[in-house]
Design a protein around this ligand. Structure first.
Ligand code: ADP
Length: 721
């Protein structure tokens, strides 16, 4: 009901109108509504009173009370009011208000002189000037209407005399004029002060809006500088990682005689310092990932006991060295949790490193796990230096360090902030309890839905990534058993790096290339068992090289060495269909295993190709091509719809959501959501390039994204535009 009234009141208002015009239009509609309701109310009242009177007097209802004059008058007013609202609705406010004032005057004259003369109804003319003040902004008009109102008020006394002469004689014209004027001036005063306030408010609003704009500009600048910082970190770390890999690699190869204790000690220091540097770089990279929200959790079912036991074993010797009692009490045996193993491992490692750092010799540290009503808790408890109550609030903030002797020389204040981000990204929670001087207890709570007892077994089926990991460790052929050396092409602009890799891969037949372009030339006349390429290189980078090779249908397995640990970098490479990547610095062992696995896998595939008739292979390829075509054309045709989701696609492809995800991942190497997002971003980028005048909103709509800011943030993240 209220909504209906509001709609009627708003009829005729337009956004293009000035604020005060819209206000007057509303007022006029409101007057019409009030007057209409009053009339209906009075008419109903009159009928009831007449009915009651007739019943009491005669006991018969004669309908003589029905006063035609009155009825037609009311009817005339209601019709007029409807017409006024209609005129207003058609944006003729000026005519509507003239009509309204005229109806008001005519109606009053009619009542004062014809329907009910001598009943002081002329006093209604007192309302005329306040009404005109609210409907007209020009002072002249309101004074003119005031005069008309006053003259009309005098009509029954002087022009059509309806009162006895002695009453007319007693009318004090001057006093009456005073009342008219006072009412007019009072309403005018309130109107003026209201206008003044509105102007002030408008000024304030403008100020707030301009402040908001300044803030938005500053926010954009800040975001830009954060992005710059993040890129700077990524590039810097690339620069540092390459020499660091070389230092670590060569240090590991140094062989000293048993007696050469001094050099052995020096090497140990170099190794330790390298490790420290690596930790700092990793911390910086983690931080930059945190800034960019680049957490893409890949949850897999992890056995809690073996997961924590692994960490327990890793830290045991460090605690023993410091003479700290280290225990692991697991009350949740045979429990599986759904976590991103790598990330969650970083969180636990951070807590244990802190316990090790902040617990003095002869103290004790424990990892405890237990069930509770909400799920599972993991506690890392130490009897270390503790944290004061005021500071427990702040330790999860980035770069926050409690000032003490230990933090003076160690740490950066990133660890706990990163740990908390990881825990939150998992939808778990972390809390700390501490007593200064006595010890600290960190508690990670894992809700039931991520613990195996409440998880439907089918829903915790390991994702493809997990399966891929498993397949990578299939039986490997022993290199020594192969007579002919396998051939590897190393593509890296860093001469020292190439030399180092050559040394590590001495069991292989190595060819070198300085960049992608040179590699392509070498590949024209030679076949290799594997290509090992750097990601960032001058002339032609690793990504372009891989793209070109894929275009040439070159099936040689490719491993990429990269300093980029960000998801975008990884994804863009994986999307090209490489066989794996290694982060610099890497372990020699890790590199050798990856190379072995990639070559073996490739051999298996070629054998599979050999074993199967060309018919079967053709069918398999055709199936993949068809699937690829079907899904990509559906996505491209429906890109402008915000309803394009995994569900709509699975409905179209007539497969379940999980089957679709699995198939897409195996054929296209991406999840369905990544596929949709990628297509949207690509189309948005093309639209931008095709039509530089297209607004952001138009582009967002064309690619089915409702949140324009989100789309353009993603575009910037993806293409740097
Ligand atoms: P960092 O260890 O690099 O200084 P963190 O973010 O890991 O940074 O920790 C932040 C601060 O919290 C530390 O500086 C330390 O003062 C305090 N802290 C963390 N863990 C403990 C602990 N187990 N005992 C005492 N203080 C701790």
């Amino acid at each position: 009901m209220k909504k209906k009234y509001e709609t009627v009141i708003g009829l005729g208002t337009q956004e293009s109108n000035a604020n005060n015009v819209n206000k007057r239009i509303r007022l006029l509609n409101t007057y019409c509504l009030i007057w209409g309701h009053l009339i209906l109310f009075f008419y109903a009242l009159e009928i009831i009173v007449a009915l009651v009177q007739e019943t009491i007097n005669q006991n018969v209802i004669t309908f003589y009370f029905f006063d035609y004059k009155l009825f037609f008058n009311y009817f005339f007013i209601v019709c007029s009011l409807i017409i006024i609202i209609f005129i207003n609705k058609n944006h003729h406010f000026k005519w509507a208000r003239i009509f309204f004032i005229s109806v008001f005057i005519i109606n009053n004259i009619y009542f004062t002189l014809i329907v009910s003369p001598g009943n002081y109804l002329e006093y209604y003319f007192l309302l005329l000037s306040p009404i005109s003040l609210t409907l007209y902004s020009k002072k002249r008009v309101s004074y003119l209407i005031l005069t008309i109102g006053f003259l009309l008020f005098l009509t029954p006394y002087y022009f059509f005399v309806v009162y006895p002469t002695d009453y007319v004689d007693r009318l004090l014209v001057l006093e009456a004029l005073c009342i008219f004027l006072v009412i007019h001036l009072l309403v005018n005063y309130f109107k003026e002060s209201n206008v003044k306030n509105e102007k002030l408010l408008a000024l304030e609003k403008d100020k707030v809006l301009s402040d908001k704009m300044i803030l938005e500009v500053q926010e954009a600048e800040l975001r830009e500088s954060i992005e710059f910082k993040s890129h700077f970190f990524v590039n810097l770390s690339h620069e540092i990682r390459t020499p660091l890999t070389l230092i670590q690699g060569y240090t590991n190869q140094l062989n000293f005689k048993e007696s050469d204790k001094e050099n052995k000690q020096k090497t140990a220091v170099i190794k330790e310092q390298c490790q420290q540097m690596q930790n700092i770089i990793n911390g910086i990279m983690d931080l930059s990932k945190m800034d960019n929200n680049q957490f893409q959790l890949i949850r897999i079912p992890v056995d809690l006991n073996s997961f924590l036991e692994k960490h327990f074993i890793n830290f045991q010797s460090l605690f023993t060295k410091k003479n700290i009692e280290f225990t692991f009490n697991n009350k949740t045996l045979k429990t599986t949790i759904l976590v991103d193993e790598d990330l969650f491992s970083k969180a636990i490692t951070n807590l244990l490193s802190n316990a090790l750092k902040f617990t003095p010799t002869n103290g004790s540290v424990a990892i405890n796990t237990s069930f509770n009503n909400e799920g599972i808790t993991i506690n890392v408890i130490d009897t270390g230096i503790g944290i004061s109550k005021e500071e427990t609030e702040s330790i999860f903030k980035r770069f926050y360090q409690v000032k003490n002797d230990i933090t003076k020389s160690q740490g950066s204040g990133i660890g706990l902030a990163f740990t908390k981000s990881i825990v939150n990204a998992h939808q778990f929670s972390i809390a700390v309890e501490s007593s200064f001087g006595n010890g600290t207890c960190f508690t990670i709570s894992i809700p039931k839905e991520f613990v195996n007892s409440t998880i439907n077994q089918s829903s915790i089926k390991p994702p493809e990534i997990f399966e891929i990991k498993k397949t990578m460790f299939i039986e490997q052929p022993n290199i020594s058993s192969i007579n002919k050396k396998q051939k590897i092409l190393i593509v890296d602009d860093h001469e020292l790096m190439r030399k180092y890799l050559k040394k590590v891969l001495q069991n292989y037949d190595i060819t070198e290339a300085e960049n992608g372009k040179e590699a392509l030339e070498v590949l024209q006349n030679n076949n290799f068992d594997l290509i090992l390429t750097d990601y960032m290189m001058p002339v032609m980078d690793g990504k372009t090289l891989v793209k070109k090779l894929k275009q040439q249908q070159n099936k040689t397995p490719i491993l990429v060495l990269t300093a980029r640990t960000d998801q975008q970098g990884k994804l863009s490479m994986l999307r090209l269909g490489i066989d794996g990547y290694l982060h610099k610095p890497f372990l020699e062992e890790e590199l050798l295993i990856n190379i072995k696995n990639a070559i073996a896998l490739f051999k298996n595939i070629t054998e599979f190709d050999k074993d199967n008739s060309p018919e079967v292979l053709k069918n398999l390829n055709e199936y993949a091509d068809k699937f690829n075509m079907k899904i990509t054309s559906y996505i491209n045709n429906n890109l402008n719809s915000p309803l394009l989701t995994v569900d709509t696609i699975s409905e179209y492809m007539k497969v379940s959501r999980s089957t679709l995800n699995r198939k897409v991942k195996s054929v296209l190497g991406q999840t369905v959501n990544q596929l949709i997002q990628e297509a949207r971003l690509e189309k948005a980028r093309n639209l931008r390039a095709e039509d530089p005048f297209a607004t952001k909103k138009q582009i967002a709509e064309a690619v089915g994204v409702t949140n324009t800011t989100y789309l353009f943030d993603k575009l910037k993240e993806r293409y740097g535009v």
